[in-house]
Write a protein that binds this ligand. Sequence first.
Ligand code: HPA
Ligand code: ZN
Length: 337
Amino acid sequence: MTNAELIAALPKAELHLHIEGTLEPEMLFDLGERNRVELPYPDVEAVRRAYVFEDLQSFLDIYYAGCRVLLTEQDFYDLTMAYLRRAAEDHVVHSEIFFDPQTHTERGVPYETVLGGITAALADGERDLGVSSRLILCFLRDLSAESAMETLDTALQNGGITAVGLDSAEVGHPPEKFLAVFDRARAEGLRTVAHAGEEGPPEYMWQALDRLHVDRIDHGVRCTEDEQLVARLIEEQVPLTVCPLSNVKLRVFDSLEQHNLAEMLRRGVRVTINSDDPAYFGAYVGENYAACADGLSLTAVELMELARNSIRASYLEASTQQTHLEQIDALGQQANL
Ligand code: HPA
Ligand code: ZN
């Protein structure tokens, strides 16, 4: 079995995926037309040419601008369904999906519209495609803690989410800014994750662990600047949801060959591979696995370990995790690994 065949056959969980980041240029144009929203691009090719980024902020500016075409429940349904179909092609069996409600409520789109469209698609995706899912609400960390608390209030009234997280511009917005919001979320029975150590320092990862008590860290690649932090991550088997091609596109690493994913994996950190914003970075999760297999010379055994990590780090109940892990084991036996 080649690595490409193995990657295609492995059951995988995707744990770091912004639904707004799955808006492909074709859908951007279709929804722009449907909703009469003018776009600053003449055609789809011009959109793709514009997707060259210097850093996280230069990406976020374009990503938030794209969100302007998302207005109705149907828009959010179509966006989510298109992602689930694409994920199923990559043999993603489970996806934990971020959404950014403040990006939409700030434009006057009701929270219920966003949630309703996404959750209807998740139910259909599980029934028709066999992709199970969980929903994670991300607070925009460059907005105030008060705005996050109001969003949490609305979310608690509506239900339907498993966890809360933090995304958007990291530097200058440390996790501890959201201490009260995360305390409240946990008290209400929600799980917690946070983007940290993407562009921000290892200190933000310590804060995410010690102050926000997160279950996982999203990105976390700057941990290797701090030996004590790496030791902690290994000791506690804290999952990192790493997005290798996102990191290259946003210039966290100069090239994939310089990415520290393989180093972390070989040292025993529980790393997983994910796509982040696949429409903007030009690669879905299978393509991220394939690029790492090539660029970082991952072995078949390591690819299986990454898939196992993704299942173990998910919010799936233990019995369902076990079923997926047994399928991975069976595949390993078939491939004599
Ligand atoms: N980092 C921070 N915020 C984001 C990202 C990311 O990778 N993608 C979408 N919002
Ligand atoms: Zn992200």
